[in-house]
Every structure is written in structure tokens, then in C-alpha cells.
Design a protein around this ligand. Structure first.
Ligand code: AMP
Ligand code: MG
Length: 399
């Protein structure tokens, strides 16, 4: 059976990255993946300007004039640069253009005004409080490579750089369905043997959080004809994700029909929870993930395999950040599979603490109330001791 890393590498190697691109405006680009390198359209700062409210001078003239200069004119934000008349100083404000000929700003707190004269301190540092054109970035500088998912911060930089049209990869269209005869929608009373279906909504919203176009494919019965028809209709999507029916029971039809209609590239990985996972293709386009039905297994395999696959499809870098954390207690287990234990991560005095939550059964949803990460335990490890350094995978930043 493949290890976690082998399974992940095998899946990523099978992804056919997006080829189509589209152009969106900057205001629509949040969370999108760039399809081309983006370059600055202007220098920043675009012109030399003042970093403070104060007075613009030529430092050499100031010394020659005995640190007193007549005031002449002002430079305000939005003005075109003016010329500093020789032997004078000009009022200036933060962000306003340096007057031609001026090289230094003296901050207003350091001067005295005497009618039309300005009295300066005798300790002016030539060149101070001057922002130079292009000191931040220059027109033509490469700001982002292709495959970058644009954050809110990126939008600030791109705005300043005058980039308005952004070539991006389309959002992957992802079809999601739950499978199982026992599954009922919340809102309907349960009959004996039935349970409320819980994987589909979570998966749809995990996808939307990643910026994908997630389509609700409903709940499909464990009926070969129904499942076959559903699978055949899924081939036009970029990704298809099902939960349930991926194991070896007679009623685990997803894997059987997937093998019949599509092509399975990989089945099972040595991880806990989430061993029965099938990955492959349906038709020429759709990447297919048959995830386990157990709710926790479905969420773990989404994080470990589906998320990096989607990012790879968008030409992004599928990293899974793992942080060192201190275990708050002992945790013993049987070695064999790489395990992902649902955990509460907490930052205490600059140190990340990790607590494995009670109730690790892959059918148990209760601990999700407190889960904000996983603790990763290597396949051959018998667990950890209180105070050990463990690897934590954050699922959110609320620690
Ligand atoms: P399966 O993978 O179909 O063998 O299902 C494994 C376990 O997960 C069974 O206990 C199912 O009832 C449960 N299960 C399957 N799909 C879902 C779902 N969408 N929501 C909640 N539980 C599920
Ligand atoms: Mg089932």
C-alpha cells in the first residue's frame, strides 16, 4: 500500500492542469490564481515625495543662510512638482512632490515660524524624509509569478502598481455527491436505520473557501443504475468528489462503477483515518475522488489529497504547512499508518501547544467543535509523550 507521500505524489502527477485562461478586473481577482507573471506598470513611489509634513530645502543653501530661510509657496498632495526658488524654503505635506531643486525635508515640529521666515534647527541631516522614485519597485518589475493565489494584501500591491486586468485560470468546477441508502437530509425525521448526511455540505463549503465553483450533486442511492447514470453525467466537470461506497463491501458500488466507467489510478493509502480512497479519471476531463464515507475520514482525505490536487490544477504550489507544537499529554497508539489526530492547537506565550481531542473514531463528529488542526503521527511511531515536539497541521488560524 502507498504511503501518504507516495499517494499524494501519485495523485499530483496525474493532475492535468488548467489550460484555459480568462481575464478579470482587479476587484474580482481575490482568491484567483494568476495565469501569467504580473509586472508593475509604474514606479513606486511614482515621483520623489515627502515622507512628512514639513519644509523642503536645499541642505547646502540652508547652512549657507544660517538656518533661516524665507517661505515661498507650498507643495500639496496631487500637485505637479514645483520649482524651489533659490534661497527659499517651501511648505510641503506627506506624499506631496519634492519641489525641483529641493533635496531635504525638515519636519514641521522642528522649525519655528517668524512671519514669512522659517527658523530651522542647526542639525538638519541632508536628504532626510525624502521618498525616492522607484525605491519600492520599478515599472516592469516582476511582482508575482503565474500560479499565485491572490490575497487581500496582493490586491493592495497590484493596485499601487496600476495593474487592473489580471489573467487567471478559471475556477475549477467541482461536482460533489454523497452516496448511501442510509443518508437523509437534516430536516426530515429519521426512520430506523437512517442517519443524517453530513459530508456533502462541508465538502461544498471547503471547496468554496478555496475559491472553487462547487456544484451540489445531491445524495445518490447505493443502486447500480442510479450511480452509473450519475457518474456518466459527471464527466464534464473538472473534479468529481463522492463520499461513501469506496471500500470493499458488496454495496460499496462507487469504486466498482468508477472502475467500470472511468480509470482508477490509485486506491488506498496507508493513512488513518481514510484508508479507502480511490482516485482517477472519468472521461477526458474529470479528475475523480471517491472519498470514504466516514465523516472524519472524508474531511481528512479532502485536506491531504483533494486540496493539493485542486491547487495543482490551478498551477499553484500545493504546500501543506506543518508546524512544530508541544504535546500537552501522552498519546499511545498502534504503529502502522500515518495518523491524523484531530486536535486543539493553542498559542501560549509564543509556543504552539497541541492537544489531541477525545473521541477519535472516524464516525465521531463531536470533537469537530474544538478542532482547529491535526497532529500528524508517523507510520512507525507508537505515539508521543507530554512535552514532545509533534507536527501540527493547522486547519484555521484561530489558535
Ligand atoms: P461507506 O464508506 O459508504 O462504507 O460508509 C462508511 C460509514 O460512513 C458508514 O457508517 C456510513 O453510514 C457513513 N457515511 C457515509 N456517507 C456519509 C455521509 N455523507 N454523511 C455521514 N455519514 C456517512
Ligand atoms: Mg455506504
Amino acid at each position: 500500500m502507498l504511503s501518504l507521500e507516495q499517494a499524494r505524489d501519485a495523485i499530483l502527477a496525474e493532475i492535468m492542469p488548467a489550460t484555459a485562461t480568462e481575464t478579470v478586473s482587479l476587484a474580482q481577482a481575490h482568491g484567483r490564481f494568476t495565469a501569467q507573471e504580473l509586472q508593475a506598470q509604474v514606479d513606486n513611489p511614482a515621483f520623489d515625495n515627502s515622507a512628512m509634513d514639513g519644509y523642503a530645502v536645499r541642505a547646502a543653501e540652508l547652512v549657507a543662510a544660517g538656518f533661516v530661510l524665507p517661505l515661498e509657496g507650498e507643495s500639496r498632495c496631487g500637485d505637479a512638482p514645483r520649482k524651489l526658488a533659490s534661497g527659499t524654503t517651501m511648505r510641503i505635506f506627506t506624499g506631496a512632490p519634492m519641489p525641483q531643486g529641493a533635496d531635504t525635508i525638515v519636519i514641521q515640529e522642528d522649525v519655528k515660524r517668524d512671519g514669512a521666515k522659517v527658523i530651522f534647527p542647526k542639525s538638519v541631516q541632508p536628504g532626510s524624509h525624502r521618498r525616492r522614485q522607484g525605491e519600492d519597485f520599478r515599472r516592469g518589475d516582476r511582482l508575482y509569478p503565474a500560479g499565485r493565489r491572490l490575497s487581500s494584501y496582493d490586491l493592495a500591491l497590484l493596485s499601487a502598481a496600476g495593474v487592473e486586468e489580471i489573467p487567471v485560470y478559471p475556477r475549477a468546477r467541482v461536482l460533489v455527491a454523497a452516496t448511501g441508502d442510509e443518508l437523509v437530509k437534516p430536516g426530515t425525521p429519521l426512520r430506523p436505520g437512517q442517519i443524517y448526511e453530513s459530508n456533502r455540505l462541508a465538502t461544498l463549503w471547503l471547496l468554496r473557501e478555496l475559491g472553487m465553483e462547487a456544484v451540489d450533486g445531491g445524495t445518490v442511492r447505493d443502486d447500480p443504475a442510479e450511480l452509473r447514470a450519475w457518474l456518466q453525467s459527471s464527466a464534464e466537470y473538472d473534479f468529481v468528489i463522492t463520499s461513501g461506497g469506496a471500500s470493499v463491501g458488496e454495496h460499496d458500488l462507487v469504486k466498482q462503477l468508477f472502475a467500470e466507467i472511468g480509470e482508477i489510478k490509485l486506491w488506498k493509502a496507508k493513512i488513518k483515518p481514510g484508508k479507502p480512497i480511490a482516485f482517477g479519471r472519468v472521461g477526458h476531463r474529470a479528475h475523480f475522488f471517491a472519498l470514504p464515507g466516514n465523516p472524519v475520514s472524508s474531511l481528512v482525505t479532502f485536506k491531504l489529497f483533494v486540496e493539493p490536487a485542486l491547487i495543482t490544477w490551478h498551477h499553484g504550489n500545493p504546500r501543506l504547512p506543518q508546524l512544530a507544537a508541544r504535546a500537552t499529554h501522552d498519546f499511545r497508539r498502534h504503529p502502522g499508518r500515518t495518523e491524523f489526530v484531530r486536535a486543539r492547537l493553542a498559542a501560549e506565550d509564543g509556543q504552539l501547544q497541541a492537544t489531541a481531542l477525545r473521541g477519535q473514531g472516524s464516525h465521531m463528529l463531536g470533537p469537530l467543535r474544538e478542532t482547529n488542526g491535526f497532529i500528524r503521527i508517523e507510520a512507525e511511531s507508537p505515539g508521543f509523550r507530554q512535552g514532545d515536539t509533534v507536527l501540527a497541521i493547522p486547519l484555521s488560524t484561530d489558535f
